[in-house]
Write a protein that binds this ligand. Structure first.
Ligand code: LFR
Length: 470
């Protein structure tokens, strides 16, 4: 049996719709649509253009449906962001997690609950964008008094497609409002004045949400009536499904963020994990994603934006070539530092970071790019050593998936600095994880994550980088 399914995969800079044919022994993906995603700043802050994204995604699904009946469709996106609703209608335009209101949110949350206590409850790394911080700001502004529902963005799309509201579990695990056992933490919500009634019913990946409804089918011209399924709707959860790893492996899901970690059987919310600032996020099939958010290629893309805004022409391949030719030592910064979180002039921030520490900053674009990549690779190496130490799991190879798996210099530096072989690919692991879980739900793909990963390994070309001695 072969299943034909469509994945809507939304990233912080672009979204895509992929059509896939999956069987127990084959996996074929075609990109049907790709569109830009740019948050828009208005008076009250930085927002996602959710209707535009939905429109583009659904047009992609319609195109995919014209190429032969789709059995199902599923959405994944970045985590933590959400829409508030009242009587079924969206209340306001969802904020982007890069909006600086999250800093106020951190203060509000700190005033109510000490970090170690919050960590013991939800197991998340302290990050400004966590949903609980954003909701603390909404509460302060009186918004929670009018809202009667909350949907994470993939769940919002699912609701618009089907009329049914659910809270997919892997994405819900990024809110800070789920207990480590995967249930809504009503007591914590009460302490923050967040009504638990805002939250929808939790569903696991593999749940059928319902058929795409008449409104959506007619408006977008979708042929047939595909079912909307829940998958790992947190993009990183889907990416981890698509990592072609075996035992003793770690992963880096490398894009705007680098999510660096391992899969564990259960959350690890110990004092050591807190000190090293590891996150425990829910994975598909009840696995735990023990990982850390390292700033990622965002620092490079923001640097390029800065250079372009100054009227300089910059192409990524040329920059990477120049950076590869830097054969002298460059200094490294801490790619987990909050300085690099908000949008802005990264080269200036890098210079300031070194200046404040009395160190020489990199000069010129080639050195800056090399410094960014070396810093990321060093950040990965430290994180993976911590992950192995804290979990007691062996790490003998590192899989890099996502856009960053195409960055040969970064992959090589990662091998060099971790001292481990790096296996790069597939680029589209997130969409793969999404379609595999759909196909499995339809009975067309193997049952276990191990077998699904084996299928990815068998159908994709991977590149191995060996560590060079230093
Ligand atoms: C990656 C990602 C990360 C999450 C960040 C913000 O796309 O989903 O896992 O921490 O974006 O949502």
């Amino acid at each position: 049996m072969t299943a034909t399914v469509a994945a809507i995969d939304l990233g912080a800079t672009s979204g895509r719709v992929v059509r896939a044919e999956v069987s127990r022994t084959s996996l074929r993906l075609d990109e049907i649509a790709r569109f830009e995603n740019r948050p828009v700043r208005v008076g009250d802050g930085l927002h996602w253009s959710v209707l535009g994204l939905y429109d583009q995604a659904m047009q992609g699904v319609a195109t995919a449906s014209r190429g032969g009946a789709l059995a199902s469709v599923a959405v994944d996106s970045w985590a933590v962001d959400y829409g508030l609703l009242r009587l079924g209608s969206l209340l306001g335009i969802p904020f982007s997690y890069r909006d600086d209101r999250t800093m106020r949110g951190l203060e509000l949350v700190d005033a109510v609950i000490p970090q170690p206590e919050l960590y013991a409850r939800c197991g998340l790394q302290r990050m400004p964008f966590t949903t609980i911080n954003q909701l603390a700001v909404d509460r302060e502004r009186g918004l929670l008094e009018v809202a009667d529902g909350l949907l994470m963005l993939p769940d919002l799309f699912g609701y618009w497609m089907t009329g049914r509201m659910v809270a997919e579990a892997t994405n819900a695990s990024t809110t800070g409002l789920l207990r480590l056992d995967g249930t809504w933490d009503a007591e914590l919500m009460a302490r923050f004045g967040i009504p638990v009634s805002l939250m929808a019913e939790l569903v696991e990946p593999g749940t059928r949400i319902g058929p795409v409804d008449e409104t959506a089918r007619t408006h977008f011209g979708i042929e047939g009536a595909p079912d909307v399924l829940a998958v790992g709707s947190h993009d990183t959860a889907s990416a981890v499904v698509g990592v072609p790893m075996g035992p003793d492996a770690a992963y880096i899901s490398s894009g705007t963020w680098s999510l660096v970690g391992i899969e564990t059987a259960a959350p690890i919310a110990t004092g050591e994990a807190l000190d090293a600032q590891f996150t425990n996020e829910g994975g598909v099939d009840g696995r735990n994603r023990f990982l850390k958010n390292v700033m990622g290629l965002w620092i490079l893309s923001e640097s390029m934006r800065t250079w372009e805004a100054a009227g300089e022409r910059v192409g990524l391949p040329e920059l990477l070539d120049a950076a590869a030719r830097v054969d002298w030592a460059v200094p490294v910064f801490d790619p987990v530092d909050d300085t690099f979180y908000p949008p802005g002039n990264m080269p200036a921030r890098i210079e300031r970071w070194f200046g404040e520490r009395g160190q020489r900053a990199p000069r010129g674009r080639a050195e800056v790019v090399r410094c960014i990549l070396e810093s990321l690779a060093e950040g990965y190496a430290v994180t993976l050593r911590d992950a192995a130490r804290i979990s007691g799991q062996r790490i003998e190879r590192v899989h890099v998936v996502g856009g960053g798996s195409r960055n040969a210099l970064l992959c090589q530096l990662t091998a060099d600095r971790t001292g481990l072989p790096v296996v790069a690919g597939p680029v589209e692991a997130t969409a793969i994880g999404n379609v595999l879980v759909q196909a499995r739900t339809l009975g067309a793909a193997p049952d276990t994550l191990e077998e699904l990963r084996e299928l990815v390994r068998a159908t994709h070309e991977l590149i191995e980088y060996r560590p060079r001695s230093r």
